[in-house]
Design a protein around this ligand. Structure first.
Ligand code: BDP
Length: 670
């Protein structure tokens, strides 16, 4: 009887334990029953972590960690490493402690993803020295374009109270090779450089350091005026440059390995050197000079679009390209992947390739500002790989990812959004990894290696971004989002007095003739900013790839596409396909219940319901609205509209930063 009770409790404990999956462990869910011998002659905080991780999880042959300064390891650089089987044990070697830590995570990943561990001969060197997350976190705890709760940084408690999540965050980043974090929003409060905040920043830097994670800050260009009470922030003013030098000295006295500054200047109302008729290069160089003695860098953003031209897509190029070669060598110009703003699909920004004498870094958006926030399943590896199809990874100096991390228990809101954090790290380390490989790794570690789960869910992930494009903005459409929140559709949006380039009609240009923005030679000629080989193809209607058609051309409604359909029919089929794909994703997920824990199963199922409803909403809103221009009939075989345009025009989402109700608030007809 007592024995039965004991077994009952044990069983109950086991089932509870097995199902207690709240997503907080991310992809680091390996069990802790290992007992292999792990040797390391030296001890330090970082090496102890590497040893602890292996002690906890590694189930294979004995492992030795070795710092090596031989030719091979010198060539692999400070973060590179080797992992080799030597007789019946494994030797991990690196020039640095951080390299050994990365190698330890690599070894565990191999084990967790069922790779043959028989004879290892691995040599790794990251593609980029800087692999950086950008947090758009405000000092009041909110996150700009964040959809996973409040900021992870509890500024009001720091520096005295250190949340255990700080270390968990650093560990997760180290496990995928991310080595830098910009703590605060690019729309930066000058306050971050105040004495009180620098103490808080130092506290975080101290927690992150053993994991090889450096801290950077976004700075407000007018800080010398706001904090230092100077009359100007002119970069050529000596008092101003002295103020920055002093500030940088203060920072490094507390955080000796501080990474540097990220700057959004003269963009969307932020102050900058152009306020004083100075160039971006003059502004960036002044900060770079202050940071140089300490090895710090300036990441200067090229996200600018003052209406100097009639096409926003051209403006960053027009402003930055002439500055090529004028930046100091510790400045990296940070360019968003596309020329507009993180749309579900954009061609790459023509600045890549056009600034041959300036180090550039790509800025990707991990947070899904324009891809359904944390409600939609959208695996972004295929989007970033598409960028790397056009932009040679070797041309870049670094990569940055605007993170999707908040204080939600599962970090990212949607359990599948964790995959995008993971992917950013993996691609920053090796942009040549395939979307399939990364999806596989992530699914196995985060959920299960069971093929019945893995195969269908890998397919869902791989198709998910294209599905979003299809039900939101197919064929090169872009920026037809609702005002402000960028969640739902509002192609009709007109706001009196608003900047035209903040309104959807600026981008879609629908009229009785057709649809799309003419950026060819007959229009804004933005296409001429690309190399001739591409410009000729993209700039000609007949040769332009369909995915960029309405990006580069204003296309007649009756224009026949390659498959024989008119533009209007193709548009209808794309929206319809997008919706069907998401329905299929939901059906697939519904069959996954047996393979995973209930918590995450239910959480994802709930969000897929929202995504399906949102896809209906997008399809109806866009097709009904564009039909009022095309005046053409819907193809008979697409799903009938659920809503009426009149109803949809009345929808205003009560968006907070946390969770968007999506189309759940629309009157349902099904
Ligand atoms: C846009 C966001 C805005 C950011 C801006 C930026 O809507 O919140 O501040 O980009 O990147 O995507 O600076």
């Amino acid at each position: 009887m007592i024995r039965n009770l004991f077994l009952g409790l044990l069983f109950c404990g086991w089932t509870l334990g097995a199902s207690a999956e709240d997503g907080s462990r991310l992809w680091l869910r390996q069990d802790t029953t290992a007992s292999a011998t792990i040797d390391c002659l030296l001890h330090s905080q970082t090496l102890n972590i590497a040893q602890r991780e292996l002690n906890r999880s590694w189930k294979g042959v004995p492992v030795t960690l070795q710092l090596c300064a031989d030719k091979e390891h010198l060539a692999l650089g400070k973060d590179g490493y080797t992992i080799r089987t030597d007789k019946n044990h494994i030797v991990i070697g690196s020039l640095s402690e951080t390299g050994l830590l990365y190698a330890a995570y690599h070894l565990i990943r191999l084990q967790e993803t069922d790779i043959d561990l028989g004879h290892l001969d691995i040599k790794e060197k990251p593609a980029y020295e800087y692999r950086i997350l950008n947090h758009w976190d405000n000092l009041d705890g909110t996150i700009e374009r964040g959809y996973a709760g409040h900021s992870l940084w509890k500024w009001e408690e720091l520096p005295d109270v250190l949340s255990p999540r700080y270390e968990a965050y650093a560990r997760a980043n180290a496990s995928i090779g991310i080595n830098g974090t910009v703590l605060n929003n690019v729309n930066a409060s000058p306050e971050i450089l105040s004495d009180a905040y620098l103490l808080k920043v130092k506290a975080l830097a101290d927690v992150f350091r053993p994991y090889g994670l450096k801290v950077y800050l976004s700075v407000n260009f007018a800080s010398p005026m706001v904090l230092g009470k100077l009359a100007t922030a002119d970069p050529l003013n000596t008092e101003v440059s002295e103020w920055w030098k002093k500030k940088v000295y203060e920072i490094y006295s507390q955080i000796p390995d501080f990474g540097g500054f990220l700057v959004k200047a003269n963009s969307e109302g932020q102050p900058g050197p152009c306020d004083y008729h100075r160039t971006h290069a003059e502004g960036a160089n002044m900060l770079a000079e202050a940071l140089k003695p300490y090895g710090g860098i300036v990441m200067w953003r090229a996200f600018v679009y003052s209406p100097s031209d009639n096409d926003r897509a051209k403006q960053a190029y027009l402003e930055f390209q002439p500055l090529d070669g004028k930046f100091l060598d510790n400045v990296i110009v940070q360019v968003k992947n596309g020329p507009i703003d993180f749309q579900p699909r954009e061609p790459y920004s023509p600045l890549f390739g056009a600034m041959k004498h300036t180090p550039l870094m790509a800025e990707f958006q991990v947070t899904q500002e324009y891809l359904g926030h944390s409600n939609h399943l959208a695996y972004l590896a295929p989007m970033w790989k598409e960028f790397f199809r056009y932009v040679d990874p070797d041309m870049l100096r670094a990569v940055a990812g605007v993170t999707n991390i908040g204080d939600d228990v599962n970090w990212c809101g949607h359990d599948f959004a964790q995959a995008n954090w993971y992917t950013f790290g993996r691609l920053a380390w090796n942009p040549r990894l395939s979307s399939e490989e990364i999806a596989d790794e992530w699914l196995k570690q985060t959920f299960t290696s069971n093929k019945d789960f893995l195969v269908p869910m890998r397919e869902v992930m791989l198709e998910s971004r294209e599905a979003v494009v299809n039900y939101m903005m197919p064929l090169g459409l872009h920026h037809i989002f609702a005002w402000g929140h960028h969640y739902g559709p509002e192609p009709w949006c007109e706001i009196e007095g608003a900047r035209p380039d903040w309104l959807p009609s600026y981008y879609h240009r629908a009229d009785s003739e057709g649809l799309g923005f003419d950026r060819s030679g007959t229009g804004s000629n933005a296409v001429s900013q690309y190399p001739d080989s591409l410009a000729n193809i993209w700039g000609t209607l007949d040769t332009c790839p369909e995915e960029f058609l309405l990006w580069f051309h204003h296309v007649p409604w009756t224009y026949k596409l390659k498959d024989g359909y008119t533009l209007w029919e193709e548009l209808c089929y794309k929206y319809d396909t997008g919706l069907k794909e998401v329905r299929r994703f939901r059906d697939t997920w519904n069959q996954m219940r047996p393979y995973i824990d209930t918590e995450r199963y239910e959480a994802v199922a709930k969000r897929l319901d929202i995504q399906v409803n949102d896809a209906v909403w997008w399809k109806d809103a866009c097709l009904l609205y564009f039909q009022s221009f095309s005046k053409m009939k819907f193809p008979k075989d697409i799903e009938k509209a659920t809503f009426r345009l009149k109803e949809l025009k009345k929808v205003h989402l009560p968006i907070t930063n946390f969770e968007c109700p999506g189309a759940d608030i629309l009157p349902r007809k099904e």
